[in-house]
Each structure stands twice: as C-alpha cells, then as structure tokens.
Design a protein around this ligand. Structure first.
Ligand SMILES: [Zn+2]
Length: 222
C-alpha cells in the first residue's frame, strides 16, 4: 500500500481521504488508539486501492494512435513498429518484425487492430487458464472478454471469467497474475487472507503484478 499520512485533530469520527496524487490521508480523533490503525487500513484496503488507481488512470492520458508508419504497438509486453503496406491479403497481420497494416483511414485501422487483439486475447487467455485451472477448479467455466480499462478481470458464480482484452498487450507474467487471481475466486469468492494465500501458491509475486497494472495499465490502449 501507498504511504499513509496520519492527521489527528479534534474530530469525533474517522475519515480516509485520497489526494489526486495518490497520497492516503487518515484523519483521526486525538485520542484514537494507534494500535487500531492497521485494522482500519486493512478494512478499507480495497476501497483505497480503487481510488488510488482511479486517480492514477485519470492522471495518465495516453495519446491515441494515428496508425502512421513507425508508430509502436504492444503485444505480450513487447513493442512492435507499424508498417503500412499495399500488398496484403489480410488487412492486418503480425510477425516478429512488427505489425503490417493495409493502408486505410484511422477509424478502420482501429477496428482491425481491435479485432486482431481480441482474437489473440481470447485464444491466449484460454490457453493460459488451462495451464493453471487444475489447482483451482474442476467445474466447467467460460472465458469472455471485456473492454475494461482498469478492472482487468472478474469472476462470476456462474462460472464466467471476464478478462479485459487489453491485457494481451501486457507482459505474459502480468496476464498470468490476473488469470490466477480470477481462477482463485472459484475457491474463495472474496479477497480474504485465504484467497491471497492461495493466489501466492501459484503466483508469489502478485503484489508486483498489481503494481505493474496500476502503474502501466493505462498504456494498454490502441
Ligand atoms: Zn478479485
């Protein structure tokens, strides 16, 4: 968690405030026992994380692609240059040298990229979930894509895991962290201590992955 600034004053109630630069301020009555502070922070942990993330996403606006020669696009955590071409059977394809896009207007190009990323995302996420699933579930489940920009994954009791297609632009270990997180919800449909213990058996560095998504998640855009 981010550093927390504690401000005591002659107030009767507790308040938590997040400043736009991500500072957490905990306002307490003068006599509030210090020993109870970790408890409050634990209780509001998710709420604080969400607020901090929201501010950070707002702060970092990324300019949209113009789809011109040489611009870079992310795929599985690596940047690839864009090449415009007239000679393609497919409107967009990818190889180790970059993305190859048939010349068109930006609006159409964006659509081609979107469907390319979504197709890769569904196949890749499904394959990675298969690699982890045995530890977490024996029930059948489905993977679907979402368009979310900061809620990277969710898991429903009906057995649907929704993952933002944007994750296909992130490094493979970051994608794994989100998949493990959602699969672990089949065992613990909450964020209890047991849940995090289970996550860490398959993915010990989950805190680092969360931090990565908080810091760089805004870059996962077309
Ligand atoms: Zn969760």
């Amino acid at each position: 968690m981010e550093s927390v600034q504690i401000v005591r004053s002659r107030r009767k109630t507790i308040a938590i405030q997040i400043t736009p630069d991500g500072q957490v301020i905990l306002r307490l009555p003068l006599t509030y026992p210090k020993a109870k502070i970790p408890e409050i922070l634990a209780q509001y942990h998710n709420w604080i994380e969400e607020k901090v993330q929201k501010f950070q996403t707002q702060k970092k606006q990324v300019p949209q692609h113009k789809f011109s020669e040489g611009e870079t696009f992310l795929y599985l955590g690596k940047e690839y240059p864009l090449h415009l071409t007239h000679q393609t059977s497919q409107p967009l394809f990818w190889n180790e040298d970059g993305f190859w896009l048939r010349k068109t207007d930006p609006e159409q190009a964006r659509k081609w990229f979107l469907s390319w990323y979504q197709e890769k995302a569904l196949a890749y996420f499904t394959e990675r979930a298969r690699a982890f699933e045995k530890k977490f579930t024996h029930q059948t489940y489905q993977i679907k894509l979402s368009n979310a920009r900061s809620r990277w994954g969710s898991c429903s009791s009906r057995g649907v895991i929704r993952l933002s297609w944007r994750l296909i632009m992130a490094p493979p270990d970051i994608i794994d962290s989100v998949i493990v997180h959602e699969l672990a919800h089949f065992v613990h449909p909450n964020h209890s201590k047991e849940f995090w213990n289970l996550v860490s058996t398959e993915y010990p560095d989950y805190k680092k992955a969360r931090r990565w998504l908080r810091n760089f998640g805004h870059l996962l855009v077309i």
